[in-house]
Design a protein around this ligand. Structure first.
Ligand code: ATP
Length: 368
């Protein structure tokens, strides 16, 4: 099977009943064969965008091109696009085989070809042993597989997946995510995946568009979005983080020294054009900060060190989360993976006096 590309240009959606702007000048390109995720909080417009690609909703203005051709001119049934809905939308009175065969029967395909196609996709989703079961005799994961097979049997060039894992429990979600990834590798078409779950998007996507309030905030790979968030919203939405804001006092090569009220001077790696006396906002992820009882010795100049007390700690099995109060104004969220460090550095307890420190290269300047 072959995937298609999508190009979205200046797309807007206004719901005129209440003058609500659901999509605000969206521009993005999805490459053929990608797993592309639309990620954002509830109400940010991701489903609205997906429904426009599927043809279930018309934009107020703007364009959508599929392989360079105007997609908006085509009715939904003429688009080589299929959707897997959140609730799977299986036909309760049809068994697994007939659910998958349904789109082909609509097309009046002959029985032999239907049988060949259905068996091919039953194989792909590993449901051969369940062909006679009705949807209510299937587990959540199996229903999900029927929905995938039914969406693929028409051989679309783009598969739209609207929160496809939200009805499954956490463990099964992880499992189905791996399966979706494997199915994607096998069929090679474009997957556009809508989710509000950061971990889901980070682990499965080739690229992600982070959305908020109808606007695209950033487009990038999982690594780019997590490590180089373009603004505070993205930094905060993709995992936990700490922020501080200050004035650039000195620039030395790629190192900026920032004066932060109530924290003193902190350094950060400079990857953007910024001038002395400009205001900057820095984000530093909790897992990049180290925590020790003793002041770390012999660190190079690249490190920031602060002294504080443990205000709160939460044991989470594989890690412990500490809230370190530096003074009345600042509390840092620090996450320490277990295993080795606990033995090396001793167990740190509530209200202890500690040092936190991080490499200035791990801080990242986001827009103010
Ligand atoms: P969720 O994750 O909750 O599904 P979403 O990001 O997919 O959220 P959309 O369903 O795209 O969000 O909705 C975007 C915004 O548009 C929401 O604030 C919603 O209330 C609004 N909206 C959707 N449909 C209509 C409508 N028919 N009339 C008015 N407003 C609407």
């Amino acid at each position: 099977m072959k995937g298609s590309s999508i190009k979205i240009e200046n797309l807007n959606k206004i719901y005129y009943e209440d003058d609500f702007v659901a999509l605000d000048d969206v521009n993005l390109e999805i490459k053929s064969g990608e797993i592309f995720s639309l990620l954002g909080p509830s109400g940010c417009g991701k489903t609205t965008l997906l429904r426009m690609i599927g043809g279930f909703l018309e934009p107020t203005n703007g364009h959508i091109y599929m392989d360079g051709e105007d997609l908006l001119k085509l009715p939904p049934n003429k688009r080589k696009v299929n959707t897997i809905f959140q609730n799977y939308a299986l036909f309760p009175h049809l068994n697994v085989y007939e659910n998958i065969a349904f789109p082909l029967r609509l097309k009046k395909m002959n029985e032999k070809d239907i049988d060949f196609a259905v068996k091919k996709y039953l194989d792909l989703v590993k449901l051969n042993e369940h062909i006679n079961k009705k949807p209510n005799q299937l587990s959540g994961g199996q229903k999900q597989r029927v929905a995938i097979a039914r969406a693929l049997v028409n051989e679309p060039r783009i598969l739209l997946l609207d929160e496809p894992l939200s009805a499954l429990d956490a463990q099964l979600r992880q499992h189905m995510l791996l399966e979706l990834d494997a199915i994607h590798d096998e069929v090679g078409i474009t997957f556009i995946f809508v989710t509000h779950d950061q971990q889901e998007a980070l682990s499965v996507s080739d690229r992600i568009a982070v959305m908020n309030n109808g606007k695209v905030q950033q487009i990038g790979t999982s690594y780019e979005i997590y490590e180089m968030p373009s603004n505070s919203f993205v930094a905060n939405f993709i995992g936990e983080t700490n922020f501080f804001t200050g004035i650039v006092k000195d620039i030395n090569g790629n190192c900026a020294e920032i004066e932060v009220k109530d924290l003193g001077n902190l350094k950060v790696y400079l990857d953007k054009k910024i001038n002395i006396n400009e205001k900057v906002r820095v984000t530093i992820r909790p897992e990049k900060i180290r925590i020790t009882k003793e002041k770390p010795l012999s660190l190079t100049d690249d490190f920031n060190v602060l002294n504080g007390t443990v205000d709160k700690m939460i044991y989470k099995g594989f890690q412990t989360k500490y809230y370190i109060k530096i003074n009345e104004k600042f509390t840092f969220n620090v996450q320490k993976q277990h295993a080795k460090y606990i033995i090396d550095e001793g167990i740190i307890d509530w209200y202890e006096d500690v040092y936190i420190w991080w490499d200035m290269n791990d801080g990242y300047i986001v827009e103010v």
